[in-house]
Design a protein around this ligand. Sequence first.
Ligand code: SDX
Length: 430
Amino acid sequence: MSDKTAELIFGPDKQSLPLPVYKPTLGTDVIDITSLAKKDIFTYDPGFMSTASCESKITYIDGDKGILLYRGYPIQQLAERSDFLEVCYLLLNAELPTASQKKQFFKTINHHTLVHEQMRSFFNGFRRDAHPMAVMLGVVGALSAFYHDSLDIKNPEHRELAAYRLIAKMPTMAAMCYKYSIGQPFCFPQNKRDYTENFLYMMFSVPSEDYVLNPVLSRALDRIFILHADHEQNASTSTVRLAGSTGANPFACIAAGIAALWGPAHGGANEACLNMLEEIGTSANISKYIKRAKDPEDSFRLMGFGHRVYKNFDPRAMVMRQTCHEVLEALEIHDSPLFRVALELEKIALEDDYFISRKLYPNVDFYSGITLKALGIPKNMFTVIFALARTVGWVSQWNEMIADPKRRIGRPRQLYTGPMQRDFVPLDQR
Ligand code: SDX
């Protein structure tokens, strides 16, 4: 991997340290600094702006060119021509499935859609108005109580089963969160339905009526799942990897990922973005909010805008905008004030030097909220939908890390600027 070196000159005596430089298949060269620890010098990179935390073969992003590849396949092609369960197979197994592999995978995942009946009692411990992400955090973590003793993470078959269970059960638990919040009975999965249709069925069917599925909406949601499936070493995936590096069971690691995703700077941005669009209300108010977003004294940020990696455009946002348009058309919501405000806000922001100079563009969350709302999904379920879709990315990255023979526990160092050593002061002398 390394045919080049970088030279680090450091310390008062100008020590020289050759550092290997690794060339990736795609993207930026990396300097291997692992030998620095022996030289008693650390690098400092809060937010990991310039730090590659691992080697991975799963997803690649080119932030300048707006490229996103899952195992080498462009996100636009997958969103257009694949389906979410096939993308799950691709992320887990590195190749697209043959027809028979796809059929078997579909059957296997469907075999694990039910949750243990005792899981129901966990829901009763929550208030009905609890945020569904708080409930998901609890019930997904609780899966550890049902499976962790049958799980040897060093055993690839055990890891594969855990991955299947998580991918299969997330829609069931997500729908249970929603049903619990509105006081309706839980709905069992129907394994004759495909993955996304089954989720919509568990979300919106009621025992007293037949459920009629709108295939356009199911296809749109399936595409939304594809767009959110994986995204390199984002905050929640890095959390899953760090938790997994300690040998924690995968259900606990995915619960940790859900916790990290909840933040409004990350997966919580779709809910925050819709709140923002509703607060803006009409195009007449846009300039006031743009002004606030640009004011360094104001903590307000344009939700759904900006990205740590994409400094051109988020390819997912382009697909999301098109999907949003198709859903509104299919539902004959031609005059959606939210969609109109979003289009106008995007246009104004992209002509404003503040956003252009900082390379701030709409990200995947900018249009997903409007689309999910049009699909009948309540705002507080938006990040649950993100977590449902991202579970395959989390488990694929977790599996890649656990299978890596070079795996070590993640344990960053620090720049300490606290007090020097001092003696304890008894209470009567303080
Ligand atoms: C996701 O990492 C991933 O891959 C995440 C994700 C995934 O699939 O996993 O893509 C999903 O999390 C998408 C991002 C969703 N978050 C939002 O939409 C929230 C709004 N965006 C920002 O909070 C911000 O853009 C981040 C968190 C996304 C990125 O933050 P960075 O990379 O740390 O950038 P920064 O905060 O250093 O901002 C650089 C400058 C700053 O101004 P200056 O100090 O240079 O004057 O840009 C400004 C920021 O104030 N800025 C914004 C802004 N985002 C950044 N100003 C107004 N509105 C914004 N949205």
